[in-house]
Design a protein around this ligand. Sequence first.
Ligand SMILES: [Zn+2]
Length: 353
Amino acid sequence: MFRQNSLDIGHLMAIAQLDEAKRRFRRIKPGDVFEVTHDAGEIISLYSKLDLTSALQIDRLDDGFTAKIIDRPIEIRKRHAYGVIESSLFESAAQAGLSDRTIMNVAGIFAWDVDFILDIRSGDNYYVQYEEIWQDGEFVTDGEIIAAEFNNNGRQIQAIRFKDKENVTDYFTPDGDSVRKAFIRAPVDFTRISSNFNPKRRHPILNTIRAHRGVDYAAPRGTPIKAAGDGKVIFRGTKSGYGKVVILQHGGNITTLYAHMSSYAAKARVGTRVRQGQTIGYVGMTGLATANHLHYEYRLNGVHRNPRTVALPDAEPINAEYRQQFLAEAAPILEELENFKKTQVASIAFSAQ
Ligand SMILES: [Zn+2]
């Protein structure tokens, strides 16, 4: 690459000795751009982007070269969008000018409350306030959702972003309640439900009537199994028919059980705390199983409940330490959302005339 431009080999060697340059050259891949200023091959400076917010800058001095990492400032622009659903969320998003990525994020925020396949009605609508990332006057990508409102079949749900001091993003209602639930409904990305919760099922292998006290989610071997909620690993090992099993203890006297794993996640050892969504093991067919699947059980006060229909507890509201800050930040965001809604309603009324 450098030879094609007949650059001074001595200069290149000197530059390649600099630590910052060494690190950059080690990660070189096709398509990377190096901007070189030179005078008949004598290198004056070299510039190359490292990531979205930094770049490598090399300059010639009298007695060699210096390298430094420089900031590439980004600019965050706020955007609003309004969408009305006729048939599907994704179709409406295209009309509202929202990218796939942003509408996925919207769906993710409300997924705890709205089933975007089953609950959607024609006329449902939503407002989104989100970030766009710009750099040097050019659009780079969509950023996070700042706030969103979903009007589903006459029901209004609002979610506002909050970033804590560790920069962890979460979404809350205007009152500071979590928009999430304390449990994920299905703790694996499944291809289909191969067996439902059924107190009087005929067992496929034993051919006797035996209660099926969980739900079977078919998924390829090795698919990650997620902790349904925050909790503690109280059992990890083999239980005859269940094969490799993990049992988690959660608050509110709830336990969840995950069976037929091919293997466990190394970090999910007995006695350790796990976070909601953390991988605790992988789908397999150990124990009595005819195909790869996760057998998942949910127990409340020791009683098996149907994981697909049990009323899930809400996730914890905003931490008391952040409550005042959240309410103070949420107020102007909600006001902006309200103002934007008014302009949308006005423009629709206008275009209908
Ligand atoms: Zn099962």
